[in-house]
Ligand binder design. Structure first.
Ligand code: HEC
Length: 136
């Protein structure tokens, strides 16, 4: 018993060291990671619509870097969110109708679960990334 109380401060020091080192590391860009994993195949690494899958699509993936430019200089957050979660299908295009979305299903499937927050975080980080790569 005595031994465990004595080691406790040591544990806190170790925890403090571990957590401070992880904060010191370069931060992970969740939005970029999510984009590269889920969107780049069509919209391209550059997000300009030049992804590898493009040649197999009847409609070209949109240049996602000019969304703000096309919307009076303001990134259309709500619209982008709805396209991603499948609520708004872009003319029943590649993102599909609500019943058959490409990624909407993935992001919405978790909507009724406690994982709802996780789905929202993924979409938020995506929107944050897209907003950051807008051309002026
Ligand atoms: C299967 C290919 C494909 C994938 C994967 C894909 N998209 Fe798309 N996306 C398209 C196509 C094609 C369009 C244009 C559809 C149309 O105009 O009917 C589009 C349109 C959009 C639009 C609407 C743009 C505008 O200006 O109206 C947004 C926003 C968008 N995609 C974001 C994303 C995001 C974020 C991801 C990743 C979660 C993603 N897309 C994954 C093919 C894809």
């Amino acid at each position: 018993m005595k031994q465990s109380t004595a080691s406790l401060p040591g544990l806190w020091v170790a925890l403090a060291v571990v957590s401070s080192t992880s904060f010191a590391q370069t931060s992970v860009d969740f939005g970029r990671n999510e984009y590269m994993a889920s969107c780049a195949s069509c919209h391209g690494v550059s997000a300009k619509g030049d992804g590898a899958v493009r040649m197999y699509l009847t409609k070209a993936p949109t240049d996602l870097t000019i969304m703000a430019k096309r919307n009076g200089g303001v990134f259309p957050t709500q619209y982008a969110w709805e396209v991603i979660d499948g609520r708004t299908s872009v003319v029943i295009g590649a993102h599909g109708a609500r019943e058959m979305p490409v990624w909407g299903y993935v992001y919405r499937a978790e909507d009724t679960q406690p994982a709802d927050l996780h789905a929202r975080n993924r979409i938020s980080s995506l929107l944050d990334y897209l907003a950051r790569i807008q051309v002026k």
